[in-house]
Design a protein around this ligand. Structure first.
Ligand SMILES: [Zn+2]
Length: 478
């Protein structure tokens, strides 16, 4: 059937589309690859404001800073970190050569794309979903509106929502259990560092100094964010979103020149996730994660250590993965390794790069071993130290390792609990996108690839050499 004439784009629309695509393409080509951005040295280019202004001569950076109300005033003394100088050189070239109309179209598109959703007319929302969810991820159906709106409250007023959430669903007893488990896993990591045969005593002292400095942040922040300056107006959903963004930007800019607030959280309390921040040297476990099915007071230690314990170990190990190891106990980008130990670390991590490079989750797209290295190291190290901590706790209570529950020994249930957190379904489109943009390997490989590196897994299930879950060459760093 012939499309109705009004459905066809007109010349001006085609031009606008081409301009936007061309600009986006140019900026993408001038950017570091996602794998390159994993090396913090590639993003470390501190310079004085004046030097940056000279390098981006076509852009009035002063006017931009004034518009933002950023507290930077003296270009000769105030400094910034220009994460990607090559990118800004390209911005400068594009601004010099590009027609103003094309830049205006590009900025309009950027803005509309950034707000498309529950507050924009249906046609914007649908078009955005059509490309970013259906084409790129294979998602067929939009989520119900109530879920999307709840997520917006979490995005825009996360700690206000978190305060209510904590009072209802996270009693102090849960916080204590999670903290006890974190302390036990940290102690296991300390013993693991002591036992490493490839690391010199000199580097071990530094590694343990860093481990003992890690701040354990459990559940929610000690001090809640004050939203009293943010205006929430009933009936103005888009305005609320824009004001929330401005509030957040102002809050960030106000940090300039002040001491680092180490109590700050980068995830909201209801979030089902966790993180390690190398610049703060802290592990953060939001309350939303510290609950079933990851953790439950009804379950025994085998299940809880295999699941939540391995995540606690995962975040801790991030402090010592290929990226995290470049930061010291205080979060400064400083090399605390002897040259020899750094070399030995890389030799061992190369084993994991090769292992994950070898997986082909979807036709023609392999896992990128370098891109996923930090996460794979954290998965394997995390599972290993959670296992050590669990064995230690089990010995303290004289647990009978041969006794079965639900047909499995405790050790088998520890391994099953680890694997169960990765029981998910992913569409091929989403897999393809994930493999090229996400530093996490697909869930199936986070279970099978990691357990294949654990001889303890093979032993507990009597797997024989040559079987799929037994790696020919076992990788181990931590
Ligand atoms: Zn991670």
């Amino acid at each position: 059937m012939k499309a109705a004439e009004s459905d066809l784009p007109d010349r001006a629309e085609i031009d606008a589309f081409c301009d936007t695509l061309w600009l986006e393409d140019g900026l993408a080509k001038a950017s570091l690859t996602i794998t390159e951005t994993r090396n913090p040295q590639n993003l470390n280019h501190p310079m004085k404001l004046a030097a940056f202004e000279t390098s981006v001569s076509t852009f009035d950076f002063n006017a931009y800073l004034a518009g933002l109300k950023a507290p930077l005033h003296d270009p000769q003394t105030d400094g910034i970190n220009v994460t990607e100088p090559k990118f800004f050189a390209e911005v400068n070239a594009i601004l010099t050569d590009t027609d103003l109309g094309a830049i205006q179209t590009y900025l309009r598109w950027q803005f509309i794309h950034s707000i498309a959703g529950t507050s924009t007319p249906q046609s914007f929302d649908d078009e955005n979903f059509n490309f970013y969810a259906t084409t790129l991820l294979g998602q067929e159906e939009q989520q119900p509106r109530w879920k999307r709106c709840t997520r917006r409250v979490d995005n825009e007023l996360g700690e206000a929502l978190g305060e209510v959430y904590i009072s209802r669903y996270f009693p102090p007893s849960e916080k204590k259990r999670a903290l006890d488990m974190t302390v036990a896993i940290e102690a296991a990591m300390g013993r693991d560092i002591d036992s490493l045969d490839w690391m010199s005593p000199e580097t071990k002292i530094r590694a343990k100094e860093k481990l003992h400095t890690v701040a354990n942040k459990i559940g929610y922040p000690d001090k809640w964010r004050d939203y009293s300056r943010l205006d929430i107006v009933r009936g103005d959903a888009l305005g609320n979103m824009l004001r929330a963004r401005e509030f957040e930007s102002d809050r960030d800019l106000a940090k300039i020149g002040k001491p680092v607030d180490r109590a700050e959280w980068a995830m909201t309390p209801p979030t089902v996730n966790a993180y390690y921040n190398p610049q703060m040297n802290d592990v953060n476990f939001p309350a939303g994660y510290l609950q079933a099915p990851f953790f439950s007071a009804q379950e025994d230690d085998a299940a809880n250590y295999g699941d939540m314990g391995s995540t606690i170990g995962h975040e801790l190990t991030h402090g010592f993965d290929d990226e995290g190891r470049q930061f010291d106990a205080k979060g400064n980008l400083t090399d605390w390794w002897t040259t020899q130990d750094g070399k030995k670390f890389t030799e061992r991590t190369d084993c994991m790069v090769k292992q994950f490079d070898g997986y082909l989750p979807v036709e023609n797209v392999h896992i990128n071993g370098k891109l996923t290295l930090g996460e794979n190291l954290a998965d394997l190290g995390g599972l290993w130290i959670a296992y050590l901590a669990w064995v230690d706790e089990s010995q303290k209570v004289h647990l009978d390792m041969t006794a079965k529950q639900d047909g499995y020994t405790s050790e088998q249930r520890f391994m099953v609990a680890y694997a169960q957190q990765w029981c998910t379904q992913t569409r091929p489109e989403a897999l393809r996108t994930q493999l090229q943009t996400d530093p996490h390997a697909p869930d199936e490989y986070r279970a099978n690839g990691i357990l294949a590196d654990m001889p303890e897994f093979a032993k507990s299930f009597n797997c024989k050499k040559g079987q799929p879950m037994v790696a020919e060459k076992v990788c181990r760093v931590w």
